[in-house]
Design a protein. Structure first.
Lengths: 116, 115
């Protein structure tokens, strides 16, 4: 089945220690997204890629970076995690193109990040 | 400004009851898209339905139905004969034409179905 896969499912890191979360997809979608979701809240978009074009949300902290080496993979790097970065991180994909805003986003299972 | 309001923070019903989740949206665009997503306790967000602003037909899929009314800017979701497996957080979201793939999310409604 075509899908969005996030690894690991749970990640524990230390305060200030860099961490990388990964996402891969077999849907061949050209748009990939990273969201942060805290308990009892809606997902918050951090950034997205349209092909190789990176689109950062204005309020995404500089501490969060992303890489997309190819169509299938996307990484979220947190350079110096703070306690406030503990959350569920969701990767999603969608088809992109002119006037393609109607395409639904398909989500992975998420990575739950804990900060010690 | 664009906005999605899900006024019901939490709803609790007994299995087999019908339940409606409300979604009210605000947008100035004439072309926009509305979505419902389900997030069960396991965490993954599951796409349920999309509606575009030019299609006000109601939709039924099994026990699920959606009522889109532009006159009241609402896109409500009804589950008929609810089951325990329907327990989840349900999010309504809005995408505007030209929004650069950004979704405006409602706060979500937590639905608890008791056996």
């Amino acid at each position: 089945d075509a899908m969005v896969i996030q690894n690991p499912r749970y990640q524990v890191t230390q305060f200030g220690k860099p961490v990388t979360l990964s996402c891969s997809q077999t849907l061949n979608h050209n748009v990939m997204y990273w969201y942060q979701q805290k308990s009892s809240q809606a997902p918050k978009l951090l950034f997205h890629y349209y092909d190789k074009d990176f689109n950062n949300e204005a309020d995404t902290p500089d501490n969060f970076q992303s890489r997309r080496p190819n169509t299938s993979f996307c990484f979220l790097d947190i350079r110096s995690p703070g306690l406030g970065d503990a959350a569920m991180y969701l990767c999603a994909t969608s088809r992109g193109g002119v006037g393609q805003n109607y395409q639904p986003q398909h989500f992975g299972d998420g990575t739950r990040l804990s900060i010690l | 400004a664009q906005k999605v309001t899900q006024a019901q923070t939490e709803i609790s019903v007994v299995e087999k009851e019908d339940v409606t989740l409300d979604c009210v949206y605000e947008t100035r665009d004439t072309t926009y898209y509305l979505f419902w997503y389900k997030q069960p306790p396991s965490g993954e967000l599951v796409f349920l339905i999309r509606r575009n602003s030019f299609d006000e037909q109601n939709e039924i899929s099994g026990r699920y139905s959606w009522n889109f009314q532009k006159s009241t800017s609402s896109f409500n979701f009804t589950i008929t004969a609810s089951q325990v497996v329907d327990s989840a957080v349900y999010f309504c979201a809005l995408s505007e034409e030209g929004s650069n793939y950004q979704l405006i999310w409602g706060a979500g409604t937590k639905l608890i179905i008791k056996p």
